[in-house]
Write a protein that binds this ligand. Structure first.
Ligand code: SAH
Ligand code: ZN
Ligand code: ZN
Ligand code: ZN
Ligand code: ZN
Length: 425
């Protein structure tokens, strides 16, 4: 389908054994966006195959990346008064094209500064299931970049982090002694209007698919290969609805790509990585990457109603950094209330108390958690031990028999779409 190879899923119905396997779109969880569906054992007729190919051709972007780079070069030659951006088509317009967009809304006098901040110019795609774009608040983006610099990295593979890429690109073009370089991999092709083929690859992180084929893959490989693969870090912030196993499989392929390139020494090392994701996915991520640990730093967003700083004090964001770097190296800002726990050897939220019984700073959400002797672990402050369920839960929960657990938190009684941990109870 248009976003590249489909993924193989399995439909299990209760008490019916194995379940039937089918292919569906890797990137679009919503049937409205891409309705690709095929049973694994289904025979596909010639006509259907032809129709599919036709559909895929019709869903190609109207310009190639190469063409977009050329258009950009023409665009910057124009005087300010002739620089227009069509808001409906999300496209830079050349004067010859004005006519075609005459009844569209457009912005005028597009400045060089605006061209250097595409995440401000483009509207964030907000389709919940597919392409939710939640942009880092400036504070969080600056924190990430400072951390990366302090850790001595020189190259950043930005996978679905356009705002971090933008910050790096703009500093690299403005500050002479700024040494960090970056490459953006993202499914949002609108960025090809602002970045060259060495700065952006159209990429699907659910199936490790480079839309630009072998040449684009080679660009990525080359980027990782510089300096023998040293001092490079990957930073990714995938859509939260994304399937962890699909993401993990792609990230392992990117890691393997990095590994291939290293010549000698650090053979057993992994490519350093920051995977930014909500804390309730911790066990899922550790399943695939046992070497990772979760940092307490709360990542804030600009356009996310839930995860941004409120006007009246701070709203807690559930989004964290998962990394395979040694936790003690990740220095969190003391002025924002983080402190160093000498026993855990990592920075933790100020509210995160070291539990003597668990022998660790156990809070996941920044609030002080309490230890339950019956559960033998720390739990959220709002929870109580329920003798019916034999575990801690909210006081007004409905007791349920354990059957199939929720995909996010593993608990019974709800599906992942309505998981209470998503809503911070
Ligand atoms: N906080 C980040 C943006 C995260 S939003 C920042 O400010 O830089 C998620 C990003 O992943 C978006 O840029 C979106 O376009 C991209 N994305 C969504 N689905 C993707 C996919 N299947 N493959 C690659 N990138 C994807
Ligand atoms: Zn238009
Ligand atoms: Zn501790
Ligand atoms: Zn405890
Ligand atoms: Zn309990």
């Amino acid at each position: 389908c248009p976003p590249g190879p489909a993924l193989l899923f399995v439909k299990t119905s209760q008490g019916k054994g194995e379940g039937r396997r089918f292919y569906a779109c890797s990137a679009c969880r919503d049937r409205k966006d891409c309705n690709f569906f095929q049973w694994e054992d289904e025979k596909v007729s010639e006509t259907r195959l032809a129709a599919r190919e036709e559909y895929n051709r019709n869903h190609q972007p109207s310009f190639t990346h190469r063409q977009n780079v050329e258009r950009y070069n023409n665009f910057v030659q124009l005087p300010l008064s002739k620089r227009r951006f069509c808001q409906e088509c999300q496209q830079l317009l050349l004067p010859a094209e004005w006519e075609k967009h005459s009844d569209h809304q457009f912005l005028c006098d597009i400045s060089t500064a605006q061209l250097k901040s595409p995440t401000q110019l483009l509207y964030p795609l907000e389709n919940k299931k597919t392409n939710a774009q939640y942009l880092f608040a400036d504070r969080s983006c600056q924190f990430l970049l400072d951390l990366i610099i302090d850790l001595g990295f020189r190259r950043v593979l930005c996978v679905g982090t356009p705002r971090l890429h933008e910050m790096i690109q703009s500093k690299a073009s403005q500050e002479e002694d700024f040494r960090v370089r970056s490459l953006l991999l993202d499914i949002d092709f609108r960025y090809s209007q602002f970045y060259t083929e060495d700065e952006f690859c159209h990429y699907n992180m659910f199936n490790h698919y480079f839309f630009g084929g072998e040449a684009a893959c080679e660009t990525c490989r080359k980027f990782l290969y510089q300096d023998n693969g040293e001092r490079v870090i990957m930073v990714t912030d995938p859509p939260f609805g994304g399937l962890v196993e699909a993401l993990a499989s792609s990230f392992k392929k990117l890691m393997a790509m990095w590994k291939e390139t290293e010549k000698e020494g650090h053979n057993n090392q992994e490519m350093p990585m920051f995977w930014i994701f909500p804390y309730f996915f911790e066990s899922r991520i550790l399943e695939f990457f046992p070497s990772f640990s979760m940092m307490d730093y709360q990542v804030d967003y600009d356009n996310h109603a839930l995860y941004k700083h409120g006007k009246t004090g701070r709203r807690q964001s559930p989004v964290r950094i998962f990394t395979n770097l040694t936790p003690s190296m990740i220095v969190l800002p003391v002025e924002e209330g983080y402190r160093f726990c000498t026993i855990c050897q990592r920075y933790v939220s100020s509210g995160n108390q070291h539990c003597e019984i668990c022998d660790s700073c156990t809070s996941k959400d920044g609030r002080r958690w309490k230890h339950c002797v019956l559960c033998k672990k720390c739990v959220k402050p709002s929870w109580f031990h329920c003798n019916n369920c034999n575990c801690c839960a909210l006081q007004n929960h409905t007791c349920e028999k354990a059957d199939t657990g929720c995909f996010v938190c593993g608990k019974a009684g709800h599906k992942r779409s309505t998981c209470p941990s998503l809503f911070h109870t």
